[in-house]
Design a protein around this ligand. Structure first.
Ligand SMILES: [Zn+2]
Length: 379
């Protein structure tokens, strides 16, 4: 999208040029009043006015001595006057008809799209205006690179000084809008044992070691908070690294909504720690990755990610073992694949990315070797 910017520069016309500029103002005013006269009979659109202008040129051939686009812009000026009148009356103001422009009321004329040029002659900058000539301009500011002049409005101030208001549009370099590929999507499950477990089989152990932290909860509260401090820093570092990795490797990241953490509902402290650490991680992820989407956590633990069979499991059951399709997987891995599938469904991508459609035990072994923290009980 081009950006428009306005610059105002002082003009230093010669005596003869001043006469010409004034003359242009007069002609625009004359035309403006011609249009006003017509609007008193009926509403005029800009097209109507430009048609009237064409006809006028036949009867008043001296109009050809003026820049045609400048004359056309008078109709634009009048149209906006008409519009603001209509707006006013819509708002309940009493509005009459358009007034005729009086002497000295008409202070601007506009060269739009054509009929102007900035030229450097020696140490002077000149604004060339078609039918008027080269007018000296004090261009005290440079335009940015890639700036194109769209319009020049010449204005006479009340004290008789002449100015050029130059509108430029700046071609901005195209911003690269990241293309999102759903083939590069991942689901992440969060838990107590593994901080994250994703649908590609990678897991991170929980640096908080919540189980340890929970034990002394009833007895020595202080120890907990001391432990919490140290692990907090570790957690921060891990979150940073982890979120950066996911942002780098994936376009879309699906996670489950926080309600899932009800599973630690018996331990309020654990719950709050998990909530906040997971929340911080999500913030980092959202900031870094192209698209982060939360999906409902419903049944992500129970459903078999391969066949959809319901496999209820207690909190202690670490393995998902489907008696229907024989899929055996880490429970969190199974959940993360369900999260990915749920997410893809939202975007009508019903197929899992290549290579993920069949999760085989072989794949699990491989991911286990890469991630030593993953304990696997076997199948
Ligand atoms: Zn199954």
């Amino acid at each position: 999208m081009p950006k428009l910017r306005n610059y105002k520069f002082r003009l230093y016309p010669t005596g003869q040029q001043q006469y010409k500029l004034q003359n242009n103002l007069a002609v625009c005013k004359w035309l403006y009043n011609k249009f006003v006269e017509q609007t008193q009979k009926s509403f005029l659109s800009r097209n109507d006015m430009n048609y009237i202008l064409t006809e006028l040129k036949q009867s008043e051939p001296w109009l050809y001595n003026y820049h045609s686009k400048m004359l056309q812009m008078v109709s634009t000026q009048l149209e906006s006057a008409e519009k603001s009148l209509t707006e006013l009356s819509k708002k309940g103001h009493k509005t009459g008809q358009l007034r005729f422009a009086r002497y000295n009321e008409f202070r601007t004329f506009t060269y739009n799209q054509s009929g102007y040029k900035l030229e450097i002659h020696g140490d002077k900058t000149l604004l060339y205006l078609s039918k008027i000539g080269h007018v000296e301009i004090r261009k005290h500011r440079e335009f940015p690179d890639n700036a194109n002049i769209k319009q020049v409005i010449v204005t006479k101030s009340k004290t008789g000084k002449w100015f050029a208001c130059i509108t430029v549009d700046i071609e901005e370099p195209l911003i690269n809008i990241p293309k999102i590929s759903f083939a590069k999507a991942v689901g992440i499950d969060v838990g107590i044992k593994s901080f994250t477990y994703d649908s590609d089989g990678y897991s991170t152990s929980n640096p908080l070691n919540l189980k340890k932290m929970l034990k002394p909860l009833a007895r020595v509260q202080r120890k907990v908070s001391r432990r919490k401090k140290g692990s907090n820093n570790r957690l921060k570092a891990i979150q940073h690294k982890l979120s950066a990795q996911y942002a780098k490797n994936y376009d879309v990241v699906f996670v489950e909504k926080l309600e899932k953490l009800n599973m630690v509902k018996n331990h309020r402290l654990a719950r709050s720690i998990m909530d906040s650490s997971w929340g911080t991680f999500l913030q980092k992820l959202e900031y870094k990755c192209k698209l982060l989407v939360e999906v409902s956590a419903k049944n992500t633990t129970i459903d078999c990610s391969r066949c959809g069979n319901k496999v209820p499991k207690s909190l202690d059951t670490r393995i998902h073992k489907c008696n229907k399709c024989n899929l055996v997987l880490d429970r969190d891995h199974n959940a993360s694949i369900n999260i990915l599938q749920k997410g893809l469904k939202i975007f009508n991508h019903n197929k899992l990315p290549q290579g993920l459609r069949k999760v085989t035990p072989v794949k699990i072994i491989r991911s286990m070797k890469q991630e030593k923290t993953t304990q696997f009980v076997g199948w």
